[in-house]
Design a protein around this ligand. Structure first.
Ligand code: ZN
Length: 151
């Protein structure tokens, strides 16, 4: 587990121990479940949108520090954003953690705090942990009826 130590930066530890926006959201009009069977991460995401804006967002679930911190930081990053902006942030985040060279260069500065997850691209299993909440968000917004799996 030594190679993972540098991933567990302070901000990730903080969010994994004290996840923000944790718990069921009353009045959510979008909901989706995500699973990462490789690690055992599970998440249920609740989103309330109004006039194309993410007015509130929360999550429940259990998982590793990376998946919990990623979900927590995602809810902070997306609350108050338009759905259009949220989808752009999703694309940027996904490009960063998967190391997509076409999208990588312009990403880090746009993502702010979320750039702490850039290190996961070295660890394919952890990429799934870090991106689970984001795929689940996308599914919630698109109102997919199928549960999300990273498999
Ligand atoms: Zn995980």
């Amino acid at each position: 587990m030594n190679d993972l130590r540098e991933l567990y930066q302070e901000v990730i530890l903080d969010h994994s121990r004290n996840p923000r926006n944790f718990g069921r959201l009353e009045g959510a009009n979008h909901e989706a479940q995500g699973n990462n069977p490789l690690c055992g991460d599970q998440i249920t995401l609740f989103v309330r949108t109004e006039d194309g804006v993410v007015t509130d967002i929360s999550f429940e679930g259990a998982g590793c520090a990376i998946s919990t911190a990623s979900a927590s930081m995602m809810t902070e990053a997306l609350k108050g954003r338009s759905i259009e902006d949220a989808q752009k942030i999703f694309e940027q985040f996904h490009g960063m953690v998967t190391g997509d060279p076409l999208r990588e260069s312009q990403n880090a500065q746009n993502l702010g705090k979320l750039s702490v997850f850039a290190g996961v691209r070295e660890f394919p299993v952890r990429v799934k942990c870090a991106s689970l909440a984001w795929h689940t968000f996308k599914a919630a917004i698109e109102e997919s009826v199928e549960p999300v799996s990273t498999e």
